[in-house]
Design a binder for this molecule. Structure first.
Ligand code: GAL
Length: 673
């Protein structure tokens, strides 16, 4: 992958600090107070115009740019940069008056209505034309405005709805299939249409995977997921190309949602290659007592789709969100911990939704930098303090996060695995990815994510938590990685099908039999709530739930075997020496402790250091031209000590440190050494 160098938002030297700013919701008198308070808080950039289409173009072809002119001038006069949006996530009411068929249709055939946001059929030519027109207007008018630092295209492509099942989408899908397969013969073969008599003799007979009486064709559904990603991405590229052409020199971004719990429909490996600057939004799952792990995983995934380069956190929250069942507040200091944890993992700043809390609309109970309570509030005080802290970290820009290992992740494989009629509903790719990630976080290993076909040789350890769909190319890649000395850990139900959701020839796991040195004769899912014991020579037992397999070694040695359950006596965790490396296989859904033990054993074998650090201390290193930066975020309730490799300066307090860094409970320290 050829990634451009990280392009900073134009003219932004400090870290980005600010949020979505929706001044159109307020009388203009309020704007002066806004910019004054932004200065007080150390805000350096705000995202503007995201939902402003109806205000900028109140009727087709009639434009009202005056307010945005005044706003950008005001921001510029106060030294605040603008991340200027194309407002194409919410077409105005007049657009739907003329084009009701641009509203997306569900699988069940229901058309969504206007009155919320993101109701877009991405195959609609009318939408594409209108979006291009407003984008062009903005690019021509503001492409040389001195406040504009970054283009923010659309908002969170892929949510709240990405797939559409209307007739226009159906025709678009058929064109996409024509390009992918060329002939119906190829398509019939790829989709396995000999099964249940689904053979097609005319292109026009092919539909999107609309509601069917029982399980639909899985290859068709998987292709529809790919098609949807491509259709949405094409709309981003159209706007990006216009902006590049009409407003050259300003980097273009769009806000991803890499957290697997937040957007499931976009293949961010593909998206990462198309933006100038990768940006992400992340919202905590408030009820998760260790939500810092989900945050770290999203940040690592974001950095990985950026090819390891720095990226930008474009949205998170200062406190409670408003769209979860129970919107818990952030604990004191959590706002700064969250922000600095993103920065530790490669973000070049911390931005929020949103600057000033809304009084109307669906998000009036969402926290903001300036809450309804105003400046006499805990949140405001924390916002001001964070602005000061980020101000002290500008020198870390462009530094790169140091990582220990890679975790394989493939959105296509996830899409395939979650289709209906799998051997057990209890085995879920996202759950496994999060579980293995948690084990690596607890072992204080910093991981990159990698596509299974990516170059892996720089990693001593590669973990595949869930690789149900494994292409031949990925299989070759993993084999080569092990032969050349790598340590690979593969978790259950991987290597099963190819890119068409067709089972690889021969026994499971077809794509990985050779590298793992074994076959799987049968899957043996467990009853709900049941667990099995795994025993290993001289090792304390492990515990697994939900999933086991009948494994027959063909070259692999058994490290743990099943002590009970349907596969009692059989191998459970194996290791296969191949070339100068080793491939481990974990055939059961291990619980957290079990995963931690297997991961630590494999990491030790791969030569990774055992980091004996306080349990809740998150330690990440960035290395840049000006030095090495050690971030230590203490999520625990007690002070934690971090041994240092040498003397350095703590950037937030300015203190000289040597030998040991004391990190108070709930606080963050950043040492340059
Ligand atoms: C994001 C979205 C914002 C706002 C926020 C609330 O997903 O981009 O516009 O809705 O959620 O948490």
């Amino acid at each position: 992958m050829d990634h451009p160098r990280y392009p900073r938002p134009l003219g932004l030297d400090p870290l980005a600090y600010g949020g979505d700013y929706n001044p159109e919701q307020w009388p203009e008198e309020v704007w002066a107070e806004d910019v004054r308070l932004m200065r007080e808080a150390g805000v350096t950039m705000v995202s503007v115009g995201i939902f402003s289409w109806a205000l900028l173009e109140p009727e087709r072809g009639q434009y009202e740019f005056g307010w945005l002119d005044r706003l950008l001038d005001l921001l510029h006069a106060h030294g605040i940069r603008a991340d200027l949006a194309t407002p194409t996530v919410v077409p105005p009411a007049w657009f739907y008056r003329d084009h009701p068929d641009a509203l997306p249709v569900t699988r069940e055939g229901t058309r969504y209505a206007f009155g919320s946001r993101g109701a877009i059929c991405h195959s609609s030519p009318a939408y594409q034309h209108a979006a291009a027109t407003i984008t062009e207007q903005l690019a021509r008018r503001y492409g040389t405005h001195p406040a504009v630092a970054l283009w923010h295209v659309h908002n969170e492509y892929g949510v709240p709805v990405s797939d559409c099942y209307c007739d226009e989408s159906a025709a678009h899908f058929r064109r996409w299939l024509g390009e992918r397969y060329g002939t119906l013969k190829e398509l019939n073969s790829a989709w396995g249409t000999a099964f249940w008599g689904q053979r097609y003799t005319r292109w026009d007979d092919i539909q999107p995977p609309r509601l069917t009486p029982t399980a639909g064709n899985p290859a068709q559904q998987l292709d529809y997921a790919r098609f949807t990603n491509d259709a949405v991405l094409a709309n981003f590229k159209r706007e990006r190309d216009l902006l590049h052409r009409l407003a050259p020199g300003i980097p273009v971004t769009t806000n991803f949602m890499t957290a697997l719990s937040q957007c499931q429909s976009m293949d961010y490996w593909a998206w990462g290659r198309e933006v100038d600057l990768v940006a992400n939004d992340h919202y905590l799952v408030a009820e998760d007592p260790r939500s810092q792990i989900n945050l770290a995983m999203a940040a690592d995934l974001t950095r990985s789709v950026a090819g390891g380069r720095p990226w930008l956190l474009l949205e998170h929250s200062t406190g409670a969100v408003n769209w979860q069942p129970r919107n818990l507040v952030k604990r004191p200091g959590e706002l700064a911990r969250n922000s600095l944890a993103h920065v530790a993992r490669g973000s070049e700043g911390a931005m929020f939704f949103q600057w000033r809390a809304s009084r109307s609309g669906a998000e009036k109970f969402h926290s903001a930098m300036l809450p309804h309570a105003g400046t006499s509030s805990r949140i405001w005080r924390e916002v001001v303090a964070l602005g000061q802290e980020l101000g002290k970290l500008a020198e870390i820009r462009d530094s790169l996060v140091q990582t220990d290992a890679a975790m394989l992740w493939d959105w296509e494989s996830w899409w395939a695995q979650r289709l209906e009629w799998r051997p057990s509903v209890d085995l879920d790719a996202r759950e496994r990815a999060e579980a293995w990630y948690t084990a690596s976080w607890d072992a204080h290993l910093t991981v990159d994510f990698a596509h299974p076909e990516a170059e892996l040789s720089r990693y001593p350890l590669v973990v595949a938590p869930a690789l149900y769909l494994t292409t031949e190319a990925a299989a070759r890649n993993l084999r080569q990685y092990v032969e050349n000395g790598g340590t690979l850990v593969v978790s259950c139900f991987s290597g099963i099908v190819d890119e068409h959701d067709t089972v690889h020839p021969g026994p499971h796991p077809g794509a990985l039999r050779e590298v793992l040195g074994l076959t799987v004769e049968e899957f043996a899912p467990l009853r709900a709530g049941a667990a099995v014991r795994l025993e290993g020579d001289g090792q304390p037992p492990l515990r697994a739930e939900a999933w086991t397999e009948f494994v027959r070694p063909e070259g692999a040695e058994t490290l743990w075997h099943y002590a009970d359950g349907p596969t009692a006596g059989g191998p459970a965790v194996t290791r296969h020496a191949l070339g100068s490396g080793r491939a481990w296989y974990v055939s059961a859904r291990l619980d957290g402790d079990g995963l931690a033990r297997v991961l630590r054993a494999a990491a030790a074998e791969a030569g990774l250091p055992e980091r004996r650090l306080p349990h809740d201390l998150e330690v990440v290193e960035r290395v840049g031209e000006h030095g090495r930066y050690l971030f230590a975020v203490n999520h625990g309730a007690a002070a934690a000590d971090l041994p240092l490799a040498g003397p350095g300066t703590e950037l937030l307090t300015g203190a000289d440190v040597r030998d040991v860094l004391a990190v108070p409970a709930g606080e963050t320290r950043v040492v340059r050494y």
